[in-house]
Design a protein around this ligand. Sequence first.
Ligand SMILES: Nc1nc2c(ncn2[C@@H]2O[C@H](COP(=O)(O)OP(=O)(O)OP(=O)(O)O)[C@@H](O)[C@H]2O)c(=O)[nH]1
Ligand SMILES: [Mg+2]
Length: 226
Amino acid sequence: MKIAQIAGFLGSGKTTLLITIAKDLVQRGHRIAIIVNDVGEINVDAKFIESYGLKAKEISGGCICCQIAGSFANTLAILHDTFKPDIVIVEPSGVAIPWGLKRAAEYSEAETDVVIEHAPVVTLVDATRIDMLIDAVRRLVETQIREADVCLINKVDVATQEQIEKSRKLIQNINPRAEILLASNRTGQGIKEVADIIEKRISPRYDEAVEKELLRQQYGIGQGKS
Ligand SMILES: Nc1nc2c(ncn2[C@@H]2O[C@H](COP(=O)(O)OP(=O)(O)OP(=O)(O)O)[C@@H](O)[C@H]2O)c(=O)[nH]1
Ligand SMILES: [Mg+2]
């Protein structure tokens, strides 16, 4: 079962993107589950299916949307044993750390016979609010970008060229290995590419040594600095 997480600061467009990608992947023949913080915010005409012990909405025959019941690992185990998705797309809370979520997902392997793999970590950067992101929530945004495999500069339908270039520079400074795509949920730019990446590629499993090295690079932890 593949876990695809879509990170990004509050209001960056995660839920909108998640639903579009889920529908696209269903059309490609996948069985998809979406995990969000609150199914109430999912605006689809769907019947509730709570028989799994999850608060869930059916989006289409091949796709359900649910919120976490108990632990994240337990929720994944229930999904695997009942709905049997091949891809689970997750909208982490705005402050979740991608590596932490990978590890939490892998804990579900202790609860049932599931084998977890990860799609590339996608982080959304809202180009229209790039100045605010740099000034007010720099640390959090840095962490989300640092741990991304793919960064989407989102809302390019309304962002200025200058905001887009500023976003690109920020990402390249923090994480030169990240692939950068321009995206818009309004025009659909970049969206099919993200669905392709989630469908076809994988990202490494949680590795404590790698996590420590990334933290060291960002904060100097482990170098004797205070
Ligand atoms: N112009 C434009 N607006 C967008 C785009 N994507 C999302 N939005 C709008 O941005 C707002 C937030 O979108 P959401 O998808 O709810 O963002 P989110 O990251 O899930 O937000 P939280 O869950 O509150 O953190 C909504 O009003 C969307 O309509 C985009 O590509 N272009
Ligand atoms: Mg959301």
